[in-house]
Design a protein around this ligand. Structure first.
Ligand code: PMP
Length: 392
């Protein structure tokens, strides 16, 4: 037989994240590796989706989303970001933020185009670029606030640079980008004529006094910014696959055409649920959501500190990167496996988020879990103290 896999198959590797979930299951541990929300779906969202199925809204929708969802999103961005969105031409509903980014890359990047990615990065961003034949170029940010300078950007820019990806709040670092940082990106992208792809899926998970800012709302940025987000996290519906891109009509049309080709449409009755949630759930719902996650962050970060896994306390999203250099192991995978074997707590090895060696001493923990799961993990982490005492 001469049949073989395509040369492309190597471009998309199985993530370390799934591997850790499998290991966690094997030892019956607590899985803080995966970013899956265990929280209940808000009633208006679930009820509107069920009602849509009962009413027979089960066929394909318009390829770029149902009218009610596009209208709800346009209103939301008018209200939150001051953007004058036309629901007919500026919104593309797709299969999650993941699908929206994939289609945006297919529509806007040439093979070989270089795209700047900040390290630590979300591995799907890197893989999406590679799968669409773009070339990720990395800029390191420095813990604990994950800072960078214009100089860092200027060093990597070439005449093939076409875009830059901003993830705010960020997975895995929890960094919430400030207006000053976004203005720096705006200045840089205008000077080098770049697209800015923003992944804002954690926009409602913001702690302390930080504020979410959409890069598209900065002066002169609308035309070059592709705002990507979704409802997976906000409504705890990761399996529903509802996300979107918001951008100028000249880009949205082509992004929509690719989304049509790959997905045809997002699930129609589930779009009804998402639209109802955006319309019916007010700021109070989102404030409560953020407060709930802030409490989880506090509990987990305190437990990590207590056992010597010093956390970089996140300002947003629901992950924490912790310094695991006190754990034995030649790399972050061995450290994560040590922690799992000794305490039954699964994390993601830092190497999944870094190109440089910096990630080898870090682990990522997810706190999008029910309180009792987090408490169980915190109790188990205490086991490290016994291990340290035994070793020391
Ligand atoms: N972007 C980021 C930064 C994420 O962390 C995730 C989920 N892990 C996604 C996108 C996925 O979003 P969706 O479910 O809408 O595809």
């Amino acid at each position: 037989m001469t049949l073989s896999l395509s040369s492309r198959h190597e471009w998309v590797r199985k993530s370390e994240l799934r591997a850790m979930s499998v290991e966690c299951e094997r030892v019956g541990g607590v899985n803080l590796s995966q970013g899956v929300c265990d929280l209940a779906v808000p009633a208006p969202v679930a009820e509107a989706a069920k009602a849509a199925i009962d009413k027979g809204e089960n066929s394909y929708s318009r390829h770029d989303g149902t009218g009610p969802l596009r209208n709800a999103l346009a209103d939301k961005y008018r209200r939150r970001a001051g953007l004058d969105i036309d629901p007919e031409t500026n919104v593309v509903v797709s299969s999650g933020a993941t699908g929206a980014l994939y289609c945006s890359c297919l529509a806007l990047l040439e093979p070989g185009d270089e795209v700047i990615l900040f390290e630590p990065y979300y591995s799907y961003h890197e893989s999406t670029l590679i799968a669409t034949e773009a070339v990720p170029v990395f800029v390191s940010t420095k813990a604990p606030d994950w800072s960078f300078s214009m100089d860092d950007l200027e060093k990597v820019v070439t005449d093939r640079t076409r875009a830059i990806i901003v993830n705010t709040p960020s997975n895995p670092s929890g960094k919430v980008w400030t207006r000053d940082e976004l203005e720096l990106i705006a200045d840089f992208s205008r000077r080098h004529d770049l697209f800015v792809f923003t992944d804002e899926i954690y926009e409602h998970f913001i702690f302390d006094d930080m504020k979410h800012i959409s890069a598209a709302s900065l002066p002169g940025m609308w035309e070059r910014t592709i705002t990507i987000s979704g409802l997976s996290k906000t409504f705890s519906i990761t399996g529903w696959r509802i996300g979107y891109a918001i951008c100028d009509a000249k880009w949205a049309k082509a992004i929509g055409n690719f989304s049509d080709l790959v997905y045809v449409c997002a699930p129609t009755p589930l779009q009804a649920g998402a639209a109802a949630g955006i319309v019916e759930l007010n700021d109070e719902y989102f404030d409560k959501l953020a407060a709930k996650y802030r409490k989880k962050r506090e509990v987990l970060c305190a437990a990590l500190s207590d056992v010597g896994l010093t956390p970089c306390v996140p300002q947003g999203a629901y992950y924490v990167l912790a310094d695991a250099s006190s754990l034995p192991g030649a790399d972050s995978k061995e450290r994560a496996m040590y922690l799992l074997e000794k305490t039954g707590v699964a994390s993601v090895p830092g190497k999944s988020f870094f190109k440089s060696a910096e990630g080898e001493t870090m682990l990522r923990f997810c706190f999008a879990k029910e309180d009792d799961v987090i408490e169980d993990a915190c109790r188990r982490l205490q086991g490290l103290k016994t291990e340290h005492a035994r070793a020391g």
